[in-house]
Write a protein that binds this ligand. Structure first.
Ligand code: 1CP
Length: 387
């Protein structure tokens, strides 16, 4: 065992046993600023920034009330006043370092004419699906300023209401993940139809992914223009593809989206966070695809990920969302373990390995956020990430 690992492990024991908030952290030094943006630039702010995927949503009683008031999920997304309120709800409860736009990755296929509906208790359904070259050729790339104007309006409202120290994140699905829904028509554990297309109709799939690359880059650039300070690409279903197909159908198009953003007027300098679930095997290539940060699922230790990518990108993650159902002391210990696994180097954003589950107790989220603050403010500066 190396000295660094020994120091880290003793620190985990120490932080997890230092339970009482009264006995906690020495005062944080320096102006806090926007912690998320600092960490995205590879720095280590006074404490580790924290936000959670799906921090807005069904686990919050106030979200359920708002959704009932809206009548349905899409009306909620498309009414800026309500979407702004849904975005801000978790920030009113928890001292989080970022807000994420309340919307959905499927608003882009909806704007491309595929007629999205979200069925209570069953999830998203598309009224039209893509099966042939003619279907793909008939798709139009949406104009974000008109067909997705509600997204820009929501972002402007949220930015105005937010504390300047809280970052605002915009997002879209990756071309591959959007293609999965547009071919399958709904959520699925296997997505056999789009995966089969890789072998049966690769040219049609590439045509679709090219259109989606334009649509996604255009929508993200518009989100940056409307006030998003960081952009996240959700490649939730990338990990379903075998290695070579992953590079051909998923990674390549995410790199192209980022290249387009870098060439755009509004998002050239906007940091990009990439979440490719189940794609740990491709970490090095992901770190080289032009993104600023990788959001990791729970399957890999942050220390291993950090060793593999060096200091090329920031790392976000990666607590198992199910740890939120643990008793508070165990949850605190898991938080400490994640922080120690990354170590005291810069460029860590605390998050879950996937979204907050609808059956999560909001009090557990409060315990998590407090523990991140408490432990990361104590993280000894001399602690180095593992060699
Ligand atoms: O109220 C409801 O019943 C709707 C549930 C819901 C919510 C709260 C859906 C339907 N979407 C959302 C919001 C959402 N979706 C956000 C903003 C909220 C936040 O993060 O705080 C974001 C970023 C998303 C992104 C999203 N939608 C992804 C990528 C991230 C991930 O979770 O992997 C995916 C795959 C979707 C599709 C989708 N939309 C909704 C559901 C239930 C799903 C998953 C469907 C499936 O099973 O495949």
């Amino acid at each position: 065992m190396t000295a660094a690992v020994r120091r880290r492990e003793s620190w985990v024991t120490w932080v997890s046993e230092t339970a009482a908030p009264e006995s906690a952290a020495p005062p944080a030094s320096g102006p806090p600023g926007n912690r998320l943006l600092q960490a995205l630039r590879g720095r280590r702010p006074d404490r580790t920034p924290v936000w959670l995927m799906r921090q807005a949503g069904r686990y919050l009683p106030e979200y359920r009330t708002l959704r009932a008031r809206a009548g349905d999920f899409l009306t909620l997304c498309k009414t800026p006043e309500l979407a702004c309120e849904a975005t801000l709800q978790p920030l009113r409860r928890f001292p989080l370092d970022a807000a994420i736009l309340f919307s959905d990755i499927l608003t882009i296929p909806d704007a491309m004419g595929l007629e999205l509906s979200i069925i209570e208790g069953r999830g998203p359904r598309l009224g039209r699906v893509l099966r042939s070259e003619a279907d793909v050729r008939a798709l139009r790339v949406p104009e974000p300023e008109s067909e997705l104007a509600y997204v820009g309006e929501t972002l402007r409202r949220v930015r105005e209401a937010l504390d300047p120290e809280v970052a605002l994140i915009g997002f879209a699905g990756s071309p591959w993940t959007l293609a999965c829904y547009m071919v399958q028509g709904q959520g699925d554990a296997e997505f056999a139809l789009p995966r089969g297309m890789c072998y049966q109709q690769p040219a049609v799939l590439h045509l679709l992914l090219e259109r989606l690359t334009c649509a996604v880059a255009g929508c993200l650039a518009a989100q940056a223009a409307a006030g998003a300070q960081a952009l996240m690409l959700f490649d939730t279903w990338g990990g379903l593809l075998p290695g070579a197909a992953y590079r051909e159908f998923s990674l390549r198009y995410m790199a192209r989206v980022i290249e387009r953003l870098r060439g755009s007027e509004t998002a050239a300098h906007c940091p990009v966070i990439l979440f490719s679930k189940g794609a740990g095997a491709h970490l090095e290539q992901l770190a080289d695809c032009g993104c600023d940060a990788l959001s990791l699922d729970w399957s890999m230790d942050l220390s291993v990920a950090r060793r593999r990518v060096g200091d090329k990108v920031a790392l976000q993650g990666n607590l198992d969302p199910l740890a939120l159902c643990a008793p508070p002391e165990l949850l605190r210990r898991e938080v400490a373990r994640i922080l120690a696994s990354h170590g005291a180097g810069g460029g860590h954003i605390f998050n879950l390995g996937h979204g907050v589950r609808p059956d999560t107790d909001p009090d557990a989220v409060a315990v998590l956020v407090d523990a991140v603050h408490e432990f990361s403010a104590q993280l000894p500066d001399q602690l180095q990430p593992p060699a």
